[in-house]
Design a binder for this molecule. Structure first.
Ligand SMILES: *Cc1c(COP(=O)(O)O)cnc(C)c1O
Length: 411
């Protein structure tokens, strides 16, 4: 226990990631030798620019004028009444392109320009990070190529059109599992081929150092704003905060401002899918074991032979067999608890949020709502802050297909 408290104190003191890019045992840089110089160059660029006054000024201006920050903090009156609690929503659904992903994409696009690179590559699964990257590159004046698994391109056709309309080219990935995992592999391969002329814009707090740190620093604006807003409006900090966890970027972004506030309980909600058997969910922290994926030592969903497994979630954005190393670390220290919400829980929470608040949340965000709702049932009268990571318009086809399936099953 003491060791874990010491580890958390080290994190709060800013000593993680350490010089090797580790959060305790997690993180690091497990990549081919050919990629090391590119990662070292990126790390030096991050150190030189990310917290420099002129870069921050440019980023803050663009976050305000183009992304639309600060995003609102909404007092959710309808949910508060239903749950017997005080519920606050941090509205990343109101950010440009409809989710928190733009905070990261814009920040990295500006960084790429500072580093003198004009060609950006990105990976995308459901297409949301591809859209954010294409939009940010158009704004900043960079060319953008997005790798996307061939299966995902079929499943997410409207996002493929959006990415192309925003001026990026989309490259189908036919190798491996032909989904997000293969798209990341392909993007890394592209980067190895031209490490000096290319910037790899990674979409979450995953991958080799310095990405988990870089993306966290770009997403922590969520929690910094929310903490200030809730202190002003409620006059105190919430009792508990909730966010959904795929790779973990919106969650880390919300959590960071509250990690040192001992009285605030923190929960990450993973995709429990159809159940907790391997293959039926994307609940990496709740059910996984440590291993290496995409250049990083972290918790993973793999079988006894170390084969990374396919995941399932109704929400494409949570469907990833790994998770950011800082989450694995926060779980180890006990500071953050990780729970699951099933597909059905998320659908129910999504419907409730629509009718009680007039907000259609993303299916990803609905997992955070579902986790919060079951906690509120057992803690009457408490105050909850929930990260609403994105809007649900993109999920309309999934919701329609689910309704059809449910009707067929009933018939
Ligand atoms: C992509 C996405 C997520 C999952 O990504 P994280 O890195 O875990 O935040 C969550 N919510 C929405 C709306 C997304 O688009």
């Amino acid at each position: 226990m003491q060791a874990n408290e010491d580890s958390l104190a080290e994190l709060l003191a800013g000593r993680y990631p350490d010089a090797c890019g580790r959060f305790g045992p997690f993180g690091g840089r497990y990549v081919p030798e050919t990629l090391m110089p590119a990662l070292e160059r990126l790390e030096a660029g991050v150190r030189a620019h990310l917290h420099a006054a002129d870069f921050r000024a440019e980023l803050d201006r663009e976050l305000r004028d183009w992304v639309g920050r600060p995003t609102a903090l909404t007092h959710a009156r309808g949910l508060s009444e239903r749950w017997g609690a005080e519920v606050w929503l941090k509205r990343e659904d109101l950010a440009h392109t409809g989710a928190h992903k733009i905070n990261n994409a814009l920040g990295q696009a500006l960084l790429a320009r500072r580093l003198g690179v004009s060609r950006v590559i990105a990976e995308t699964g459901a297409g949301q990070h591809g859209v954010a990257s294409a939009a940010a590159c158009a704004r900043v004046g960079l060319s953008c190529r997005v790798y996307m698994g061939a299966i995902d391109m079929e499943r997410q056709a409207p996002n493929v059109d959006r990415i192309r309309r925003l001026g990026a080219d989309v490259v189908p990935v036919e190798s491996g599992d032909r989904t997000l995992r293969a798209a990341i592999d392909e993007a890394l391969r592209d980067w190895v081929a031209d490490p000096e002329g290319t910037y790899y814009l990674l979409g979450s707090v995953v991958g080799p150092h310095p990405y988990p740190y870089l993306v966290r620093e770009l997403q922590r604006v969520i929690g910094d704003e929310a903490r200030q807003q809730i202190e002003e409006r409620a006059g105190r900090l919430p009792d508990v905060i909730f966010a959904c966890v795929g790779g973990g970027s919106n969650a880390i972004g919300l959590f960071h401002a509250f990690l040192g506030a001992d009285d605030v309980a923190i929960f990450g909600v993973e995709a429990g899918g159809r159940g907790l058997r391997l293959g039926d969910n994307a609940a990496t922290l709740a059910t996984g074991r440590p291993g290496v994926l995409h250049g990083c030592y972290t918790m993973l969903l793999h079988d006894a032979d170390g084969q990374v497994q396919e995941t399932h979630s109704i929400s494409a954005g949570l469907d990833y067999p790994g998770v950011g190393p800082e989450h694995a670390f926060l779980q180890m220290t006990g500071r953050v608890s990780y729970v699951t919400a099933s597909d059905e829980d998320a659908l129910e929470a999504l419907n409730e949020c629509c009718s009680a608040e007039g907000i259609l949340p993303a299916l990803e965000s609905a997992h955070a709502l579902a986790g919060a709702r079951s906690w509120a049932r057992e803690h009457a009268g408490s105050s909850l802050l929930i990260g609403l990571s994105g809007r649900g318009d993109k999920d309309m086809p999934t919701l329609a297909a689910h309704r059809t399936r449910a009707r067929d099953a009933a018939a």
